[in-house]
Design a binder for this molecule. Structure first.
Ligand code: 13P
Length: 291
């Protein structure tokens, strides 16, 4: 039960109100580490790639690397392209085989964003893929995409109309979260998730997961945030583990030991989040219903 459409992972999560971690990987080692965490926890998992990572590795080599690993795991997994404002890259990734894409038209006005998202949804359908929509910029720059300036937040009715008119599968609402590390405790707006889900019951996406408290995750998940994005925590685990190992072993030039130290740190980070979100053990139910 390896690679599945993202709806097969998120439909049950949304219906039963648990969260599925959507973790931005940066290379084969981090991919392997998060897949291994999901396998150990018998949890479904969404693997995400930023546009920067796609550009740095190349869409086809990255997709081959993904399939080589993902086809081996016994839990349902799906590949998602995170914030992508560039239509050509959306097409490249859909063609290569990504299961889901976030067309980030948040820099456009809502009418133009709606118009283009309709096209992306139609294009994705041809590949059996799904689209996440967004009309408000998530605060904080993530891999060169986004802004450190707070953007406009629209009334939920505007988001509901966007969802209705575009037919996006999932939606990323502005709820007070931000990419990167929180400098101050965020002022979350959980009611916006509840209101939107009442208007349009589709999976909501929690951006800016790194640094939220366990009770904040659980509250937002219980309201309908079925996809929970984690990126900064992986970068911190990945980079700090390199530093830690090199500082502790100044004269050593032993890449396999360095890499196994880094892999363990990334895996622990993934396990921490999967453990909170309530998806552990859900792969078992999945195989029972899918099988
Ligand atoms: P963090 O970098 O804060 O974990 O947010 C991840 C995210 O929302 C990716 O889109």
């Amino acid at each position: 039960m390896p690679v599945v459409p993202i709806s097969q992972i998120l439909d049950p999560a949304f219906a039963e109100r648990y969260g599925v971690a959507a973790i931005n990987i940066v290379d084969d080692l981090s991919l392997d580490a998060v897949l291994s965490a999901a396998t150990e926890f018998e949890s479904p998992l969404i693997v995400q790639t930023s546009l920067k990572t796609v550009k740095s590795i190349g869409a086809r080599p990255l997709y081959s690397m993904w399939r080589a690993r993902a086809d081996e795991v016994p839990v349902p997994v799906s590949l998602h392209l995170d914030h992508c404002p560039d239509r050509e890259w959306i097409t490249t990734c859909l063609r290569a085989g990504w299961n889901s894409v976030l067309f980030d038209g948040s820099a456009l006005d809502v009418a133009e964003n709606t118009r283009q998202t309709v096209e992306v949804v139609a294009e994705a359908e041809r590949y059996g893929a799904q689209v996440e929509g967004e009309i408000e910029t998530v605060l904080g720059v993530e891999d060169d995409v986004g802004s450190d300036e707070a953007g406009a937040v629209h009334p939920v009715e505007v988001s509901a109309r966007f969802i209705e008119e575009t037919g996006v599968y999932s939606f990323a609402p502005a709820i007070g979260t931000a990419h990167g590390l929180y400098k101050h405790a965020p002022e979350l707006k959980p009611n916006r998730v509840t209101e939107l889900v009442e208007l349009h019951p589709i999976p909501m996406v929690l951006h800016g997961g790194t640094g939220l408290k366990e009770e904040e995750f659980l509250d937002l998940i219980s309201r309908g945030c079925a996809k929970v994005n984690i990126s900064t925590a992986l970068k911190i685990a990945f980079v700090d583990a390199h530093r830690e190992y090199l500082d502790a072993n100044p004269g050593k030039h032993d890449p396999p030991s360095l890499l196994s130290h880094v892999r363990a740190a990334v895996k622990t980070m993934a396990e921490y989040h999967i453990g909170i979100f309530g998806s552990a053990g859900r792969a078992r139910t999945f195989s029972a219903t899918a099988g």
